[in-house]
Write a protein that binds this ligand. Structure first.
Ligand code: BTN
Length: 270
């Protein structure tokens, strides 16, 4: 049961949005910022943001968990709308990668569908969830966990060999408020554009950062995996993968959906 009083505000200096982050709150400890916003959605305005110090039950994609060791920035954004925003999590990936690149001057890419990568290490995970909100509205919650200050030793201790943080990879210490504001400044116009024109209008920005394209990948779906070459992004954000035909005659393109598969490089994580 959530407390009836709303948590303390979390100021976001540098915020230039009209809606995203205009209401922003901080919880020193919470089970999951996604769960919090989903449960509190009726009492909060669209664009509300919840930032946590520590999550005790952070949620990841495909049923996984998220552990930030208390040195990440776990935050979620609530969007209420009449229709779902397609490929919202990919859009969040573009916003995070562009914002971190702008803040640090380093190069941040996207491992399809939405892991943010710097020098082959995962810097941020994104989980978007949605539910019906009554009166024909849908509540979408975009959850992002940005690793800010963990060290290589922190990731080794946590058994996360592919994990990296902004400070570990760029040498720069970015504060949580500055990181969240920079992401929201990018995300609001991206979402507006996507609501009006679909993901196709954002696709080029996604593809420009997508480190998966052109690589040999292993596509893991439920209990089977198959190897192919990632060739393109579809207009709905799906990954198009070319698989060799049996008998070695040419190849066939298959559509891989973000909610149903994970993709690994053949030589490692990417
Ligand atoms: C993944 O890489 O599997 C996605 C991880 C998403 C983690 C973030 S942290 C903030 C928000 N709250 C959650 O419970 N999960 C997301």
């Amino acid at each position: 049961m959530r407390s009836a009083t709303l948590p303390e505000p979390f100021p976001l200096p540098g915020l230039r949005t009209r809606r995203f982050g205009r209401f922003s709150c901080f919880l020193p400890q919470v089970d999951s910022t996604n769960l919090f916003l989903k449960e509190m959605a009726e009492r909060l305005p669209s664009g509300a943001v919840c930032v946590a110090g520590v999550q005790t039950a952070g949620r990841g994609r495909l049923g996984r968990t998220w552990t930030g060791q208390g040195k990440d920035l776990p935050f979620s954004l609530l969007i209420r709308a009449r229709a779902p925003l397609p490929a919202l999590s990919l859009c969040c990936g573009v916003a995070v990668a562009e914002a971190l690149s702008e803040l640090t001057g380093a190069d941040f890419g996207i491992k399809w569908p939405n892991d943010i990568i710097c020098e082959d290490k995962k810097i941020c995970g994104i989980l978007c969830e949605s539910r019906a909100a009554g009166e024909g509205e849908i509540c979408m919650v975009c959850g992002m966990g940005i690793n800010l200050t963990q060290t290589a030793a922190d990731f080794a201790r946590a058994g996360l060999p592919h994990g990296g943080s902004v400070e570990m990879l760029t040498g720069q210490r970015i504060g949580p408020a500055a990181a969240a504001a920079a992401v929201l400044n990018r995300l609001e116009p991206l979402c507006d554009r996507m609501a009006a024109q679909g993901f196709g209008s954002v696709k080029a920005r996604f593809a420009a950062r997508c480190v998966t394209l052109g690589r040999q990948v292993s596509v893991i779906e439920e209990d089977r995996s198959s190897c192919g070459r990632a060739v393109d992004i579809a207009d709905d954000g799906a990954l198009l993968v070319a698989f060799p035909n049996p008998g070695g005659r040419g190849e066939s393109i298959r559509t891989v959906l973000a909610g149903e598969a994970s993709v690994r490089g053949l030589m490692g994580y990417i």
